[in-house]
Design a protein around this ligand. Sequence first.
Ligand code: APR
Ligand code: ZN
Ligand code: ZN
Length: 366
Amino acid sequence: MQQVKGVIARSKGAPVELVTINIPDPGPGEAVVKVEACGVCHTDLHYREGGINDEFPFLLGHEAAGIVEAVGEGVTDVAPGDFVVLNWRAVCGQCRACKRGDLHYCFNTHNAKQRMTLEDGTELSPALGIGAFAEKTLVAAGQCTKVDPDARPAAAGLLGCGVMAGIGAAINTGAVTRGRSVAVIGCGGVGVAAIAGSALAGANPIIAVDIDAKKLEQATKLGATHTVDSSKVDPVEEIKRISAEFYEGAEGADVVIEAVGRPETWKQAFYARDLAGTVVLVGVPTPDMKVPDLPLIDVFGRGGALKSSWYGDCLPSRDFPMLVDLYRQGRLDLDAFVSEEIGIGDIEAAFDKMHQGDVLRSVVVL
Ligand code: APR
Ligand code: ZN
Ligand code: ZN
């Protein structure tokens, strides 16, 4: 057992606290990781607000990269000294999805079995089974994905959640490729990552839609060829118009990615897609939201696919090393997602900045 500093949410809505936590030595199949960087994600704020579940206290943080310090019995995929990005999809290899070869859908992902605790022994719930706003964290070894150690931790760690969700929504779920038009509704960290992924895949045009002009500027830097301010114009009509400029007769974009998580923007995505096109929902709705009221004939008549993207349908062992290599080669600008590097004591301030819309990601650097 060892003691380190970590950031917890003790009770619903209370400001986060930097406290001493106990980290058990890694048991079978577990690893202790020295955290080097961890991005601040909306999900951390949702945990703090009690929007995920009531299992307080939470150890927050889950978009992280670091160095493996120690591994438990039977761990062979990673070793002390390895530079890893942490993931929340440690696949089991045994469930129905895994057995049929769909490892990215694994229905039985796992985390560390032992619990990290407060000094008084109170068990902590690590955010998404990770808990990386801490000097060190205990995870399942399968949550550690080895990547090129020369990558900047603050950038590489972002692949652990939002940036992977966005890139994967385009490349994995939407099967975006060259010769296809893409529109992305909502250009926060996730949407902009979907734009970067679409650019990597060679899509043209790539239409960014947001109600905030600053977000559209960022989208352009990451590969959007067109921007639509949907607070001023009808995004459905604009997406249709632009797509038809590129592909004669197109009635919308081939792939429309919804990265807000709201019924009205999903409905825009539904009608802004071309016949036989694909809608990808990667924004996360709240439990009270409903599918918009649509004529069933429109669902039938437009064909194509209405999909959801869980964590970008990623397989960490396949996708993280590949994307880190593209980053190292200058083909994927992960640095552009790091708006600022902050200290472990600055997380409340980073939550505030999220609402102002000035940052894609604040990243805690340890
Ligand atoms: N139309 C277009 N864009 C919108 C609209 C709207 N009606 N409402 C909000 N937006 C834009 C915001 O201006 C912002 O740029 O959507 C973006 C949302 O971005 P963030 O709040 O930064 O969220 P992000 O981290 O990108 O995550 C997006 O995916 O993982 C989920 O929970 C997450 O649901 C959230 C979504
Ligand atoms: Zn499985
Ligand atoms: Zn996240």
